[in-house]
Unconditional design. Structure first.
Ligand code: GLY
Ligand code: MN
Ligand code: MN
Length: 252
């Protein structure tokens, strides 16, 4: 699992460097596949999502065949299989290598919630608990950005956040991407388990309840987490996710 996470992380890094305005989603798909195989993976673990601009708001977008315009972000969800073990990583980055102010605000909100959620991944907690923690964190961030009313209480925030993140915080990961689907997310996490943590904020272009500058942006950040007795170990830690790191590697 560590090797699978490491291979796909390096493939993402090369794919970020390869991005430029006008690149086709298909080329980024080919690049991540190529780099994962070069790194030793047998194949990609599932059809990846490579979505430019507003297409990132279609959760299971796999057409992966459109040009990505200058000023847009690209959301890539890709994993590989290494000796039967799957990784499942998502990153979102500006295709031109430079976050706009609005993109950085939304991205910063998702990143901060994602890091807080990872800290919750210790033995004894459950994916469902981390999910509710995520909804509250996203809700508070959306309030800070002026997207949600500051008068909403925690119960309402939990409900309304689901409109902006209509999927769970994560799932078990192993020999399948969605591993052991019959194991409930209310089971306690144990040492040795691997899960994904993948919060997102999705704002379709037509969402006119949200300030214009945030419309048409979809962001997800997904890492693979091993539960250990020393706390969470991020198996995809080599995959850049800080704004300054992404901008700096894309300059090269
Ligand atoms: N790649 C599928 C998922 O993130 O769950
Ligand atoms: Mn994924
Ligand atoms: Mn996943």
């Amino acid at each position: 699992m560590r090797k699978s996470g490491s291979i796909i992380s390096k493939a993402f890094k090369e794919t970020m460097k390869f991005s430029k305005p006008g690149v086709n989603e298909a080329h980024l798909y080919a690049k991540v596949d190529f780099e994962a195989r070069l790194g030793g993976a047998e194949f990609l673990a599932y059809p990846p999502v490579v979505a430019g601009g507003n297409r990132a708001n279609t959760l299971h977008y796999i057409s992966n065949n459109q040009a990505i315009d200058d000023g847009e972000m690209v959301l890539m969800d890709a994993g590989c299989e290494y000796h039967g073990y799957a990784s499942d990583v998502t990153r979102t980055w500006p295709v031109n290598g430079q976050f706009s102010e609005a993109q950085a605000e939304l991205y910063g909100a998702v990143l901060s919630v994602q890091k807080d959620c990872i800290e919750q991944c210790t033995a004894g907690s459950t994916l469902d608990q981390v999910y509710h923690f995520m909804l509250l964190g996203l809700g508070r961030s959306l309030q800070n950005l002026g997207i949600l009313s500051s008068s909403l209480n925690d119960v309402d925030l939990n409900r309304v956040s689901k409109m902006f993140c209509p999927h769970h915080v994560g799932h078990y990961l192993g020999m399948d991407t969605h591993d052991t689907v019959r194991v409930s997310r209310s089971n306690q996490l144990q040492h040795g388990m691997v899960i994904t943590i993948e919060p997102g904020i999705y704002i379709p272009a037509a969402e006119d309840s949200v300030p214009t500058k945030y419309r048409g942006i979809g962001i997800r950040i997904e890492d693979n987490i091993l539960i250990t007795d020393k706390g969470p170990e991020v198996l995809s830690q080599e995959c850049p996710k800080e704004i300054d790191v992404i901008e700096s590697i894309m300059k090269r």
